[in-house]
Structures are given as C-alpha cells and as structure tokens.
Write a protein that binds this ligand. Structure first.
Ligand code: DAH
Length: 347
C-alpha cells in the first residue's frame, strides 16, 4: 500500500483540530478524545497497526508523524486536566470565602495598645524622626554586658544581689538596664553610630508607687568623631520639646554620676503643671526628673576596641514608665501592671 499525497498533512490537520477540541473539553470529553484517538480502535492506534502494509520508507515517515501527533495530544490532554483541576480549586475557594463582615456582629470590643507600649512607640518615633535607628538586645544578659563592659567593676554596689536577679548560679542575669544594648551595638558596627535600644528591664526591688521590679527603658547612643556635650544637649532638648510639645518650658542639665559616662548629667523639665512655681506633681521643686545621660566613658569605648582618642559619644537612658506617668497623670506605677480594664480602657 502506498500513502496518499496528503496523508501527512491530514495527520497534522487532525492534530490541530483535536488540540482545539481539547482546550474546550471537560474531564469526560477528554476521556472520549483519548479513546477516540488512542483507544483500541482509536484513529492513531489504527494507523500504527496498519504500518506493516507500507514500505519501510513510508513506515518510518508515518510512524514518526503518528507518534509525534500522539505525544502532542497526550501532553495537551494532561495540560487541560491540570487547568481543570486548578479551576475547580479556585471555584471552591470562591465559594468558601470567609465573610469577615459578620465578625462585627460579635459582641467583642476593640482592644488598644497598653499605655506603656503607646508611650514607648511614641518615644521611638520621636527619635526616629531625629535620625536614630532602632536596635534590640536580650533580656537575659551576662555580667560582662550588663556591668563590666560598662565600666562597672566586680565590686560595685549596683551589682548587689539586692538589685539584680541572677540566674544559673550567677552565670547570667536579667538585665538591670538597657545600657548593655550600647555595648552590643558597638561590638557589631563601627562608628558613626546613632541608635536607640528600647526594652524591658528588671531590678530585684519591692514595688511601691514609683518603683517596680519590671519596667521599661530606652537607651540612646551616638558615637562619631567630634561628638560633644553640646550635641547631647541639642538632641535631648529637641526630643523633649517634640515629645511634650512644650517649647516654652525650661530644661536643665544637673551634674550626676553614672559609671559609663563622664561627665554625667540628669535632665529635668520644668513642671508643666505649675510652670515651675511648685506643686504636688513636682513635689514643690518646680522641676520633674526626666532621664540620665552623659558622654560615653573612654573605658566603655576601649572595651569594644574603639579608638577613644578618635571617637567620642553621648548616651542617655529614659525610663518609659516615668514618662507615661507624667503624660497620663498617673500617680502609681503599679496601676500599669494590674491589668484592670477600668484603668486600661482610659488610654
Ligand atoms: N542605665 C541607667 C540606669 O538604668 C540610665 C542611664 C543613665 C543610661 C545615663 C545612660 C546614661 O545611657 O548615659 O539607671
């Protein structure tokens, strides 16, 4: 038997037609296409079965073209099957979409951030707008980071077991301040540094109206060439004015002592309640203590292998609870931790 002049073209035409059909088929139709072409009596099967009637040369041509057609159609059928599967999933998902609008019918009231978190976020935002980046440190610290690297020698009274919660047989401790964050940041990067480290801190002391064994601080650190005490004054004044919106109130820097800064200072703000005349809030002094600060002690810079001849820096530590108490006129720190909704709902 000889193949007709259009035999090959016919196979290609069939393939084109069937591909179109497959693209519009559902699963059932795909099965009937499969048996129509590849089944026992399928068109392509029949052609392959009849190969023995042709010359060797024609057999090769017909075999090649028929197998190619088979491969194309099979892959098109598989593709279509996948598409149908995906479409089914999409359809299912559309149907099962969660209707969130109904949630509002439940009698749940909206929550809000805790006043300490709100205050912390606002302080962080204020410093971010002054060009500070934000870092974090661990709450479980070693003696080295919490004390020694900060120029607090082994025998210093702040390390008294009364003040510090020690863990692991004194191998580690709950950080007593966020200042170890300074050391951790400086260890990781070279100057210039302009960073704040917010976090929770712990002291082994009994609670009263102005003390709590757990509280929050925000540490600040800037190290670069030629950083001076004036830079420190400028940045803290800007922060206080920004945060309390009180451009007209005086700020004063009072000499103080911290082991990791030299010179050290405490910053007071003129009492915003009595404008300096003296009242209950400022205990008749006219001033309210805000934070501790100073120029980073050269020993601290040396501990992290900074050249203390080349670089200088300032640091500060802000007590978040103190600021929140002033801001919201809360007179007992313990109220923040009692989780009494009557109190918390006011913020
Ligand atoms: N770490 C101090 C404290 O907990 C606060 C402090 C004071 C931090 C002065 C500083 C600083 O960075 O310069 O009492």
């Amino acid at each position: 038997m000889k193949i007709g002049p259009f035999f090959m073209d016919n196979i290609r035409l069939i393939v084109n037609e069937v591909v179109k059909k497959i693209k519009n088929s559902d699963n059932e139709m795909l099965e009937s296409v499969r048996s129509e072409y590849f089944g026992k009596n399928g068109i392509l099967t029949k052609i392959l079965k009849s190969l023995s009637h042709y010359s060797i040369e024609d057999r090769k041509k017909i075999g090649f073209e028929t197998n190619k057609a088979k491969a194309i159609l099979e892959s098109e059928i598989e593709k279509r099957k996948e598409d149908l599967k995906k479409a089914l999933i999409v359809q299912k998902m559309e149907k099962e979409k969660l209707n969130c609008s109904s949630i509002f019918y439940f009698p749940f009231s909206k929550g809000s951030f805790h006043p300490i978190v709100q205050t912390m976020q606002d302080i962080v935002l204020a410093f971010k707008s002054l060009g500070f980046s934000v870092a974090e440190g661990p709450e479980i610290e070693t003696d080295w980071y919490n004390f020694e690297a900060l120029n607090i020698p082994k025998s210093h009274p702040v390390k008294d077991v009364q003040d510090t919660f020690y863990l692991d047989g004194m191998r580690s401790l709950l950080r007593t301040h966020t200042s170890p964050g300074q050391v951790r940041v400086m260890e990781k990067q070279d100057p210039p540094i302009k960073v704040i480290v917010p976090g929770r801190v712990y002291r082994n002391e009994a609670s009263d109206a102005s003390h709590s064994s757990t509280f929050h601080q925000i540490e600040g650190l800037r190290v670069d060439k030629n950083v001076t005490f004036l830079d420190l004054k400028v940045i803290l004044t800007k922060f206080i004015h920004k945060f309390f919106c009180c451009g007209e109130l005086d700020i004063r820097f009072r000499p103080s002592h911290f082991q990791f800064t030299e010179p050290s200072a405490e910053v007071d703000i003129q009492c915003f309640s009595c404008k300096g005349r003296g009242c209950k809030i400022c205990k008749n002094s006219g001033w309210i203590e805000m934070l501790g600060c100073g120029m980073v002690h050269p020993n601290v810079l040396k501990c992290v292998n900074y050249d203390s001849e080349l670089y200088t820096g300032y640091a500060f530590g802000i007590g978040v609870e103190r600021i929140a108490m002033l801001r919201y006129k809360v007179d007992d720190i313990r109220l923040f931790y009692e989780n009494d909704l009557r109190f918390l709902k006011q913020f």
